[in-house]
Design a protein around this ligand. Structure first.
Ligand code: ADP
Ligand code: ZN
Length: 716
């Protein structure tokens, strides 16, 4: 007798798909349970952190079950990229949303009816039109997946009214399994999802919320936030993709423009830009490598770019939920990433004021106050950030994490009781209506007109604070406000008054320990470097692999990560597979991609020589030989089983090395050459090929442009 049940044949099939289609070795629990449950026809609610691997939980069952899986997602702008990524894997996927022309939409509809689709992504507002419901009624449906399910919650920050209607699915199609997925899930939101989507019967799969690859760092803003940000990007993330969040549109524009003057490819994104610009910036962020988006919170919901290496906050988010969600956009691929923030006194005062003057009812206000307090205490904590974060989400972490600023460099604290008493009584003596800067002036005994005017050079706290500098006093005030020992006035002038809690400090009944201002240390920097994983030995190969990937992506107009994720390239750089069999064992290399790109990558891996920054000479030689025999690029690519992008790349290198001239390479009429030359002159011959490509409205493909670029570079 054997008491382990035989694995269901369906799960075997699921594993087969995981390995051959997606190129991964094994499921990350509980993916296997979720997939098995859905294949068997059950409903599921899945709470999993960003990057946990939610997509496979519905994609694979949709492929195993007969019929089409319908995915409801609010992220219209990203649907096409998701679909492209699936098509690259050989999966029959499509989408229906308002970005499609009526003809394309009709084509997709007939594919659905003809059972020619594995997966169909649909925008929620479209799903519940009578036309769509009717269409679904006549199609064979494998399952419904409701992505970003927290959009159904009215309390959440991403509420979408159309989501409320989704409960109709259950009424209309009671026998089709449904799976709702989200990465946001405090208890009230969870309850709301279950209720509103009628998921009472659904099995719940809740995965811990930790994102161990993200390093949390929160530091004080001592007035030089922009410079600190620049140094952070230059030192730790040069040429890498990231998101910078600011509070206001004006600040977004200003920071983006300033970063560009420092040669960082930074693009603004906020609701004040027209939709075309926004879309362009989002697309460039997704498609190109190393673009930094500077945005208000309007940016980012569901951005599923896997290789965002950092999220930086130049302002304090309103709640821990918002902070966690925004920082969660970093490192979805599981590789090391940074959540970096600076915040200061001004943030605290501004958010407190915004809240106090909000029109919301008292219950709502109390809730918001509570949320901001939690955020502030996360900032001011002297214990592991991750423990504080996960504790907030009721998912406690036993040990300090070892991967946050506090663990890496524990802050020093000092007994600030006396200083706090001075600071508080100065507010008291001056009538509880002045702001921080004024109070600091009084403490330091400044002689200025305002102080004279109010006769505050006569109060007992005048000039009693010269043991601390002005910035130190501001830090003290910030911590007092953050801890609720001082409150900000409602009128908006930043006046500070005492709170009931301040009395115990004033009377000396509690000892108050505050954080010392931290010097930015070299240590954190070195630590951060250490685990970026790519050692110098790999770096050249890694760059060459990235370049090849970009060529392949550009020539198809898809984002680079759709070809291979960073994690896959990194594994290639480390293991240097030399045969197809070896390449097939690299995580993320499935059958279809092995077929499409295997030879290109193997060529590079087999011939890579770090002393040359381009593909090794003999492979170029080989291409040139074919060219001399009178073959064109398409024929050479076919013959050599490489992509055309790679062949063009060989030719461009040869042109740049002056071993080949442009007219030996291509037949390009003079007027067309001039048009292209003109475009290059506008953007600079070393500028981004994409800009030239777009300026020419896609008329010439990338390979050809690359050859012309090489020609111009050598003065042609
Ligand atoms: P989520 O939607 O939960 O944020 P994704 O579904 O985008 O996460 O998955 C995050 C990353 O993890 C993707 O790069 C995905 O391909 C990868 N991934 C998912 N499941 C596995 C697995 N079983 N093995 C290896 N990689 C996986
Ligand atoms: Zn920690």
């Amino acid at each position: 007798m054997n008491d382990t049940p035989a694995p269901s044949p369906c799960l075997d099939q699921a594993l087969e798909i995981l390995q051959h289609t997606f190129g991964y070795t094994e499921f990350r629990p509980p993916q296997d349970h979720i997939i098995g449950h859905l294949i068997d026809g059950g409903d599921a609610l899945v709470l999993m952190p960003t990057g946990g691997g939610k997509s496979l939980c519905y994609q694979i069952p949709a492929m195993v079950r007969a019929g089409t899986g319908i995915i409801i997602s609010p992220l219209i702008a990203l649907m096409q990229d998701q679909v492209s990524a699936l098509q690259q894997l050989g999966i029959r996927a499509a989408c229906l949303n308002s970005a499609l022309t009526p003809e394309s939409a009709r084509a997709v509809e007939s594919q659905l009816l003809a059972a020619e689709l594995d997966l169909l992504y649909v925008a929620p507002e479209r799903l519940l039109t009578s036309r769509m419901i009717d269409l679904l009624g006549r199609s064979h449906i494998a399952l419904f997946a409701i992505d970003e399910a927290h959009c159904v919650s009215q309390w959440g920050h991403d509420f979408r009214p159309e989501y409320i209607q989704l409960s109709q699915l259950h009424e209309r199609f009671p026998n089709i399994p449904r799976i709702a997925l989200t990465a946001t899930a405090d208890e009230p939101t969870r309850k709301e999802i279950i209720e509103r989507l009628a998921l009472n019967e659904a099995e719940r799969f809740i995965v811990g919320f930790d994102r161990p690859n993200i390093r949390y760092r929160i530091d004080e803003n001592s007035g030089n936030a922009r410079e600190r940000l620049l140094r952070f990007i230059q030192d730790e993330h040069p040429g890498e993709a990231g998101i910078v969040y600011c509070l206001s549109r004006k600040r977004v524009d200003e920071v983006a423009a300033w970063l560009r003057t420092k040669y960082i490819e930074a693009l603004p994104y906020h609701a004040g830009l027209d939709s075309k610009t926004r879309e362009l910036h989002q697309t460039r962020f997704l498609r190109e490598e190393g673009v930094v988006i500077v945005a208000t919170i309007a940016f980012g919901m569901g951005i599923d770019k896997p290789d965002v290496r950092f999220v930086a906050h130049l302002n304090l988010p309103k709640s821990v939920e918002a902070y966690y969600q925004e920082t969660g956009r970093a490192g979805r691929d599981g590789l090391p990433a940074d959540a970096w923030m600076v915040y200061g006194l001004q943030d605290v005062i501004m958010l407190r004021q915004m809240q106090a003057s909000s029109e919301a009812d008292e219950t709502h206000k109390r809730l918001e106050r509570h949320k901001l307090d939690a955020m502030l205490s996360l900032c001011e904590t002297t214990e592991c950030r991750r423990q504080a974060l996960l504790g907030y989400f009721a998912d406690p972490l036993e040990q300090p994490c070892g991967n946050c600023d506090i663990c890496l460099q524990p802050p020093e604290t000092w007994d600030a009781t006396v200083a706090a008493q001075k600071a508080l009584s100065c507010a008291h003596r001056t009538g509880q209506r002045f702001g921080v800067n004024y109070l600091v002036d009084v403490l330091l005994g400044k002689d200025n007109q305002r102080i004279q005017q109010f006769r505050h050079h006569q109060v007992s706290t005048y000039g009693i604070g010269d043991e601390h500098s002005a910035p130190e006093w501001r830090t003290i005030y910030r911590q007092l406000i953050a801890r609720g020992l001082l409150a900000v006035d409602l009128e908006g002038y930043g006046g500070l008054h005492l709170t009931p809690a301040s009395r115990t400090v004033l009377r000396g009944e509690t000892q108050l320990m505050l954080r010392k201002v931290r010097k930015i240390s070299k240590r954190t920097k070195r630590e951060a470097r250490r685990d970026t994983k790519i050692t110098d030995a790999h770096r050249d190969l890694w760059e060459a692999l990235r370049k090849l990937r970009l060529n392949l992506a550009e020539s198809q107009g898809v984002p680079a990560y759709v070809i291979f994720h960073d994690a896959t390239l990194m594994e290639m750089a480390e293991r240097r597979p030399q045969t197809r069999e070896q390449l097939a064992t690299v995580s993320g290399v499935g059958d279809r991609k092995l077929e499409a790109y295997g030879n290109d990558f193997l060529q590079l891996l087999q011939t890579f020589n770090p002393s040359l920054d381009d593909p090794a000479l003999d492979t170029i030689e080989e291409t040139l030989k074919h060219l001399q025999q009178g073959r064109d690029v398409t024929e050479i690519a076919l013959q050599r089983e490489l992509t055309e992008a790679t062949i063009y790349n060989h030719l461009a290198t040869a042109i740049e090395q002056e071993r080949l001239s442009l007219h030996e390479t291509l037949t390009l009429p003079e007027d067309q050459l001039n048009t292209i030359r003109f475009a290059f002159e506008q953007y600079g011959v070393d500028g981004r090929l994409r800009q030239v490509y777009e300026a020419l409205e896609g008329e010439y493909d990338y390979g050809l442009l690359r050859c012309v670029q090489a020609h111009l570079r050598i003065g042609g």
